[in-house]
Design a protein around this ligand. Structure first.
Ligand code: FO1
Length: 475
């Protein structure tokens, strides 16, 4: 029932006898998870137990307590949900590939299933596991709507070239997945001692959890419903206004896989403008589904449709385009990965005088000369995110005030991965590459420092939103 185009055989062959093991990594949830559904399907077909294991790495690309706290609390909920379904969850601590190989052997697993990620660390883990196990090893794209490796065989240049490839396949993959049914012969091991796990963490604890961000699958669903109710109706015109709080706030949940992008897309597509619902009222014979918003022709309904389209463009096309970049460009997290025209053009302006020069510390301390930029940095440190338009301004000014474009790229990435709750994600790598190196953008008219990279300034922000108010809100 899982479309085979979502599955990559990392190691083929016939499954041996023994439990089916889902090595959960990127998609840390139970519902709407293609990898878990495939593992369950195989377990039922083989009359074998189903086990889920998560390998907790002692460090992870600069992640701090902020990220591990969010992730571990989400995993605790996942363990509980799996237990209620009779599915055992095991947390393995240490070097992920070594730990999962050890567990494959000790559990006598007959088939290993894992979820897809385009990131180098994940590929490396899987390569070493593939070479160390003697059982079939399948990778399932449980993160994207259209499987990343199917959407395009090469690095796409822009949303314009990628959008038709995704849209052509969307209808086949944007479908609700069935709920996970309990397993009969389930034996659930002792629950994990999460306090003990936390005490063993050796990560950087100087960046603490984001207050008010409740992690996990249930909170993700709540956040989606709230966004549809409150943020979506005016998303199109307010998405660039960081004072409006119109952002979905879903990206940390998408990053840790607490919710599937497909569920978000379906929820948004099937939602109806509150105004239209009120005007029709409950006695409306159509009552649901096939209600066409344009039939009402009300202004609100059309604005609502525009908001849905605008949000889906971000969620589906832009997010899967980021995935495509990381999957098809091995240098996705370095300045060298940028297009020749961009690196060339920036190099021609290497010697241009900079209006100001800052190192990583001044940026991190939000102690530049620019109040607006400092406010964005404070927002990032305090809330683990920078909203929409400000995020682009934030990254572009790092380009403008760093000694070199390469240092700017590395500084922006380092700050993003250290403070953003959705750091270490394709969206983050692409966001920095777009701002500093014109990725998925076109050359603009040449200017000092930026060369042909798109320029942004405070005047542009003032045209979009109330800058004074934004600065005031960042404390
Ligand atoms: N995934 C894991 O399987 N093990 C980890 O210890 C782990 C830590 C972690 C910390 C921060 C973060 O942003 C993500 C983290 N992930 C971890 C999830 C990561 O997204 C997935 O491992 C993907 O496979 C990599 O893209």
């Amino acid at each position: 029932m899982i479309d085979p185009r979502c599955i990559t055989e990392l190691r083929g062959g016939e499954a041996s006898a023994g439990p089916i093991l889902y090595w959960m990594s990127r998609d840390q949830r139970v519902e709407q998870n293609r990898a878990l559904l495939l593992a369950r399907e195989r377990a039922v077909a083989a009359g074998e137990r189903l086990l889920v294991a998560f390998t907790l790495s002692p460090t992870f690309i600069g992640a701090t307590l902020r990220h591990y706290d969010f992730m571990l609390r989400g995993l605790e909920e996942t363990e509980e949900r799996l237990g209620r379904l009779g599915i055992g969850f095991v947390l393995l601590e240490g070097d992920p590939p070594a730990e999962i190989v050890r567990f494959v052997l000790s559990s006598g697993a007959g088939l290993l299933v894992t979820d897809y990620s385009p990131l180098r660390i994940s590929r490396r883990w899987k390569e070493s596991v593939r070479d160390a196990v003697a059982i079939p090893f399948l990778e399932v794209d449980a993160h994207n709507i259209v499987p990343c490796l199917l959407a395009s065989p090469k690095q796409e240049w822009a949303a314009r070239t990628f959008r038709p490839k995704v849209n052509r396949l969307l209808g086949e993959f944007l479908r609700p997945l069935p709920p996970v049914e309990p397993v009969e012969n389930g034996t659930v091991p002792e629950p994990t001692d999460w306090e003990a796990v936390r005490s063993r963490l050796t990560i950087d604890r100087s960046v603490g959890p984001v207050p008010g961000m409740e992690p996990g699958e249930a909170a993700a669903g709540e956040r989606l419903r709230r966004f549809i109710r409150e943020g979506l109706p005016s998303y199109a015109e307010r998405k660039n206004d960081p004072n409006a709080g119109a952002a979905s706030g879903l990206s940390p949940y998408l990053h840790f896989g607490h919710i599937w992008a497909g569920e978000v897309a379906l929820g948004v597509m099937n939602s109806r403008s509150p105004e239209v619902l009120n005007s029709r009222g409950p006695e409306d014979p159509s009552g649901g589904g096939e209600l066409s918003l344009f039939g009402d022709g009300t202004a609100q309904a059309e604005a609502f449709e525009a908001s849905k389209a605008s949000f889906l463009e971000e969620l589906v096309v832009r997010r899967e385009l980021s995935e495509n970049y990381c999957a098809r460009n091995p240098l996705y997290d370095s300045f060298e990965g940028l297009a020749q025209w961009a690196r060339q053009s920036l190099a021609e302006h290497d010697a241009d005088p900079r209006e100001a020069l800052y190192g990583r510390e001044e940026f991190e301390q939000a102690s530049t000369h620019d109040e607006l930029w400092n406010a964005a940095q404070r927002e990032l440190v305090r809330t683990g995110t920078i909203h929409g338009y400000m995020r682009m301004y934030w990254a572009k000014k790092i380009l403008e005030w760093s000694p070199s474009p390469r240092e700017a790229f590395e500084t922006a990435l380092w700050l993003n991965d250290r403070y953003a709750l959705d750091g270490r994600d394709p969206n983050g790598y692409v966001g920095v590459a777009w701002a500093v190196g014109g990725l998925h953008d076109r050359p603009w008219f040449e200017r000092p420092v930026y060369g042909k990279i798109r320029y942004m300034n405070e005047a542009g922000c003032r045209r979009k939103f109330d800058v004074r108010r934004y600065i005031g809100r960042q404390g």
